[in-house]
Design a protein. Structure first.
Length: 281
């Protein structure tokens, strides 16, 4: 049976975060960090599986769903402070961290600065790094989408990218709608939820991407005091750039999810669930 969510507003400076907690007071907590940036949570199945064992906390990252993001910082320090604000709000000293795609990079950034708070790190198809490493990842995503788009879709993505960079919300949402469709082609996944697409924030996404590019490249973690798992789909969007993550965590468990792309819980739920539950067991 699924846990019932409690919704809270956590304030961090001038940022208001909409946070959901699925209470399990006698269990350890896991904070989920979704992909994007600028795009709301799409980790429903992951949350439902983990809520049977752990107290799960999810949130839409800064700027998502907001009409006005003027004066809101999108540097990496601000994102890291959001996790500390959420942990403080729920009186959590330590917790598990699970991040997907950009959220997987977000999780690494947090773990680098606050290793003493991490019980475990689950990196699901994580973006490979900051600075030039992020740019390499973006080139892979560009090629991945090009290969999966019709000519008309690809032209539309180009136009929507240009307008989205200028702050056009509708264009940015159309762009991500096509990206999500491309990621799921061939897996029988339903079209994107229009209500979730309506919460996408182009300025939050663009400003976050710029901040990631400006951030110094992440170095090696070496041996960590907590367990780390890195997973990729067999047909993931990320290719050679994943070497940055694998080399960063030399002691990590590495799993390739067969028959799946960038979103394994949508493509091969049974296999991903097995990996997920085995790790948290």
């Amino acid at each position: 049976m699924s846990q019932v969510a409690e919704e809270h507003i956590v304030v961090n400076g001038n940022c208001r975060l909409t946070v959901k907690i699925y209470p399990r007071p006698d269990s350890e907590s896991v904070i989920l960090l979704h992909g994007g940036p600028g795009v709301p949570d799409e980790m429903t199945e992951v949350r439902e599986i983990l809520a049977e064992k752990l107290q799960v906390i999810t949130f839409d990252q800064r700027g998502i769903g907001m009409k006005d993001v003027d004066g809101l910082s999108f540097d990496m320090a601000a994102f890291i402070s959001d996790i500390n604000s959420i942990a403080g709000y729920f009186n959590l000293e330590v917790f598990h961290l699970l991040g997907h795609s950009w959220g997987g990079l977000y999780a690494q950034l947090y773990a680098r600065d606050f290793p003493q708070r991490i019980l475990s790190l689950f990196l699901c198809s994580p973006a490979s790094g900051t600075g030039s490493q992020w740019e390499e990842t973006e080139r892979e995503v560009f090629q991945y989408n090009k290969e999966r788009s019709t000519l008309a879709e690809w032209i539309g993505m180009g136009l929507n990218t240009a307008m989205g960079l200028l702050g056009n919300q509708q264009a940015y949402r159309r762009l991500f709608r096509q990206i999500i469709i491309n990621y799921h082609k061939g897996y029988g996944v339903e079209p994107p939820d229009e209500k979730k697409l309506a919460r996408i924030n182009s300025r939050a996404g663009t400003k976050t991407r710029l901040a990631i590019k400006k951030h110094p490249p992440l170095g090696a973690f070496g041996k960590t005091p907590y367990p780390v798992i890195i997973t990729y789909g067999q047909f993931d969007a990320y290719g050679k750039s994943r070497r940055w993550v694998i080399n960063r965590f030399p002691g990590a468990q590495l799993e390739i999810i067969p028959g799946s792309g960038h979103t394994p819980w949508k493509h091969n739920l049974a296999e991903f669930k097995k990996v997920l539950l085995t790790f948290y067991r």
